[in-house]
Write a protein that binds this ligand. Sequence first.
Ligand code: URA
Length: 212
Amino acid sequence: MRTLEIDHPLVAHKLTVLRNKETHSSVFRQLADELVTLLAYEATRNVAVAPVELETPVTPMTGTKLANPKPMVVPILRAGLGMLDGLTRLLPTAEVGFLGMVRNDETLEVTTYANRLPDDLSGRQCFVLDPMLATGHTLIAAVDYLHERGARDITCVTLLAAPEGLAAMEAQIDPAIDLTIVTASIDEKLNEKGYIVPGLGDAGDRLFGVVD
Ligand code: URA
């Protein structure tokens, strides 16, 4: 597993505004979107490409285009939806699948309540979107799910990651998977409720409001 913590002043600036509890949902959504586009630039560094012949106004040449099959982007509902536009802005021809997963706040266990994905993901590069890599349970379940359907090359894009969650992923995910984690920050720790510290709170609530 490779972990990339993106060190860039614009990432640090936008993340600082997201962390502030006074930041309103509308600004939070806008900045999360911009931040994901910055992370997407690094996350797509090894996206598969193929040569293509073309003519410029001056001469024929060999250029580069995204290879087939096109990448699959998988936001984890609900909070991952706030990251979808930020990633597809750079990969507009990618296909989008959905995984609905929810964490029980008491046991921290994860259950899958919805999925909309092709049965066969062999040969597809997958980009999983989930803002908070906390215990790692959700992303471990999501990566296992994609792996069972044949995906071997998986990149998880998160706004924040906790060291505990990264360690759990390293320990539990099949090393045969070519797995990359891209994050804006590896924070200090998890608290007793499974929240990332210092973190930014509940990402789904901050993006979309509180649902009781
Ligand atoms: N999920 C969140 O939304 N926030 C955290 O800090 C941890 C998990």
